[in-house]
Design a binder for this molecule. Structure first.
Ligand code: EPZ
Length: 425
């Protein structure tokens, strides 16, 4: 497995073009199963995106990548049962459930189980699908889903605005009979992006100003050409990297309006921000100030995915910062690794207290999850000396060429391949 070697201390300076959003691309790829031909632009090269394409191919579609564009042709046949090896390639494969049921009237998939972020139940997904006429049997870790008659619309109120459940219901509802209403739906920008794509395919989807998703089922969808929205979490991560190094970075192809809860944190830390159409410019002071309190919330609140890179920023800041993680049970796994660099962090349940230290030092670390992994890179860019970061396959799931982008703005980071590492001992 590859690793990153990161030498800290260089102020980042320059421009980074933000890639397309993983969390938009994945449900849209699942939706492509329902159309004819989909042309998806701004689709990042990530292992999770590859995993989604593998599932589509197994389901009878053909996929072809041309640069940042993926062309998907939905096939005639295909299997409704996705093998475990494909399901387990990415946790978010559960987003295929709604689409497979919509397309085949049947689905057999493995239960996702827990992951590095803690238990990942799908009870909300299943309750909603049942209300739409899906019979679901849970059997030896598998879900066997059949539609009794035809999938029908339903008036649904989610007990929590789950992103994945909202997406699954949307994918099931577009071809169902009648209207589906999703109250207390997730309001993340990726939901609106999925709605835009489905609408372009001929679906009738409307999101009210209060965030209720209304879907009128149609008989069939045609394909569409669509551009995936920019990745707001990758954008936040690059801002953190620039901030910890006292750098000056301009992000392009970004949506500042998708980061309204995150950007004020950089200002609180003493950075100057300028936002324009598709752009964010950040200028950081030599040393950051603490961020008083970061509480993760469903959108439009502060997103859980940005919590760990912002925590990396707080590790070397002047003063004490407090984090409250309300979305996932185990989203502080990066803490022990950050501590190897000299970070002072105390975790008590869902609260983490970060006491900023004057200087972090290099360490040998391993990524524990995608965003936690990115936070180690951010911290290492500010630390004294050269850090080694292993298990970067987690980072490859959600950041396209993180090392190349950071190098292009002056970061000292190299990706060392396993063979090379072994050769060098
Ligand atoms: C999506 O996960 C994202 N993944 C996550 O990004 C993101 O952190 C999360 O939304 C929250 O914004 C994708 O879009 C592919 P949820 P998802 O359903 O859909 C509980 C990243 O790093 N819950 O909104 O799985 C659940 O346990 C990833 O890019 C239930 O209890 O998130 C969690 O505590 C990680 N029952 C909370 O809701 C359910 O049926 C939020 O989950 C479903 C969820």
């Amino acid at each position: 497995m590859d690793e990153y070697l990161v030498t800290g201390g260089r102020a980042l300076s320059g421009e980074v073009q933000v890639h397309g959003a993983k969390n938009s691309a994945l449900p849209i790829l699942a939706a492509a199963l329902l159309g004819e031909e989909t042309v998806l632009h701004n689709c990042p090269r990530l292992t999770d995106v590859e995993a989604a394409c593998n599932i589509l191919e197994y389901l009878g579609c053909s996929t072809r990548r041309e640069g940042q564009t993926i062309v998907i042709r939905a096939g005639e046949g295909g299997d409704y049962s996705i093998p475990d090896r494909l399901m387990s390639e990415m946790r978010s494969s559960i987003v295929f459930l709604g689409a497979v049921i919509s397309r085949f009237g049947r689905a057999v998939v493995s239960m996702p189980g827990g992951c590095e972020l803690g238990p990942r139940p799908i009870d909300i997904h299943l309750d909603c699908l049942r209300k739409m006429g899906v019979e679901i049997r849970e059997d030896h870790g598998h879900l066997d889903c059949r539609v009794a008659g035809r999938l029908h619309g339903a008036r649904l109120t989610l007990p929590f605005p789950s992103v994945g459940a909202t997406e699954n219901v949307m994918l099931a509802a577009v071809l169902a009979q009648g209207e589906t209403q999703i109250h207390n739906a997730a309001r993340e920008p990726e939901i609106a992006d999925l709605a835009d794509f489905l609408t372009a395919c001929g679906a009738k989807v409307r999101i009210t100003p209060e965030g209720t998703v209304l879907i009128q089922g149609v008989a069939a969808l045609h394909g569409a050409e669509h551009r995936v929205i920019p990745d707001r979490i990758a954008a936040a991560t690059y801002l953190c990297a620039a901030a910890v190094t006292g750098g000056r970075v301009r992000l392009t192809q970004v949506r500042p309006d998708h980061l309204t809860a995150v950007l004020p944190v950089f200002e609180e830390a003493g950075c100057r921000l300028q936002t324009g159409a598709g752009e964010i410019l950040l200028e950081a002071p030599p040393r950051l100030e603490r961020v008083r309190m970061v509480r993760t919330m469903p959108y439009p609140g502060f997103c859980t995915d940005a919590q760990s890179p912002v925590m990396a920023m707080a590790c070397g800041a002047r003063g004490t910062s407090i984090f409250v993680e309300t979305i996932f049970e185990s989203r502080y796994k990066q803490v022990d690794e950050l501590a190897r660099m000299g970070a002072r962090i105390k975790v008590e349940g869902r609260v983490a207290v970060v006491e900023g230290v004057e200087k972090l030092h290099s360490a040998s670390m391993r990524c524990t999850d995608l965003r936690g992994g990115a936070s180690l890179v951010v911290a290492a860019l500010a630390a004294e000396g050269t850090s080694a970061i292993r298990e970067i396959r987690h980072i490859d799931r959600g950041y396209e060429d993180l090392d190349r982008h950071l190098r292009s703005i002056g970061g000292e980071i190299i990706r060392r391949q396993r063979e090379e590492r072994e050769r060098q001992g």
